[in-house]
Design a protein around this ligand. Structure first.
Ligand SMILES: Nc1ncnc2c1ncn2[C@@H]1O[C@H](COP(=O)(O)OP(=O)(O)OP(=O)(O)O)[C@@H](O)[C@H]1O
Length: 256
């Protein structure tokens, strides 16, 4: 490839459609995610943001359109197959095993990646333990590695959940509201940590976010969702200044 070849999208969605009864949750979504970028998705409740993540990660099947990742279709693949292709996700509510320690949770994700874990396998085998400790250190969670997951505050819980997704070595990570429920005083620290880790690991990120300060500071581009469609897309300084976006999306969000 020549040095001047245009950058190809990592993920490319075209004309995605999905309706639930009369509700058009995806009404012709076209979106390219470029390698290395941090793309924020904003939009009012019910706009179809989570539906897009669910279609991309195999939890929902679109009724029309296409989704390609690294030039190959994702359609018809189950969630586990999509993870193996290099796409991770985190949910709005952290999916941790609450009665286990943070270290055990991380070790479990590492073991699951290798396809080696069974209920009879000791979780803290030396290799997994060392990798889990290193992973938690990267997320600034070393000090709480021995704590039960249900003893963490929400910011640490979100980071631990994302650490488990990162343990699967994704090249693209989709995060559904990584700061929801996190105290205002902790929010920027949580996002700073996760952006630093993801950038160091070369992970491209798409994240649903309701906090416009977070979007303005950390997103390379913002896609605005409304009623199953993308109604604006561009750099945050441009999109967040758009009067229609401010009135129709940010205005609504202020009261959500
Ligand atoms: N499995 C489902 N069955 C029926 N309707 C659904 C399903 N999933 C989503 N919907 C509907 O599709 C629309 C889009 O939902 P979605 O969760 O994608 O919105 P969202 O933008 O993520 O909202 P929020 O910000 O509240 O999470 C909503 O009207 C929702 O009720």
């Amino acid at each position: 490839m020549s040095a001047t070849a245009p950058l190809r999208p990592l993920l490319s969605a075209r004309s995605l459609r999905l309706a639930f009864g009369g509700v058009k949750a995806a009404d012709g979504i076209d979106l390219d995610v470029m390698p290395g970028e941090f793309l924020a998705i904003i939009g009012p409740n019910g706009a179809g943001k989570t539906t897009f993540i669910n279609m991309t990660t195999g939890y929902l099947r679109p009724q029309g359109g296409s989704i390609d990742y690294e030039g190959r279709s994702l359609l018809g693949l189950r969630p586990r197959a999509i993870v193996r292709r290099g796409i991770g996700r985190s949910f709005q509510l952290p999916q941790l095993f609450t009665e286990h320690t943070v270290l055990e949770n991380a070790a479990l994700a590492i073991a699951a990646r290798a396809g080696l874990w069974s209920p009879l396998t000791p979780l803290l085998r030396p290799g997994w333990r060392a990798e889990a400790e290193a992973l938690l250190d990267r997320f600034g969670l070393g000090a709480v590695a021995g704590a039960r997951a249900d003893a963490l505050n929400e910011g640490a819980r979100k980071l631990a959940d994302i650490a488990m997704a990162v343990a699967l070595n994704p090249r693209l990570l989709l995060m559904d509201e990584p700061t929801s429920g996190v105290a205002a005083s902790e929010k920027m620290g949580v996002v700073e940590t996760l952006v630093r880790v993801l950038r160091q690991a070369g992970v491209t990120a798409v994240f649903v976010e309701h906090d416009m300060d977070v979007v303005a500071r950390f997103a390379d581009r913002v896609a605005v969702w409304s009623q199953g469609r993308i109604v604006a897309l561009g750099p945050p300084q441009q999109v967040l200044a758009d009067p229609v976006v401010r009135r129709e999306v940010i205005g609504i969000e202020a009261h959500a």
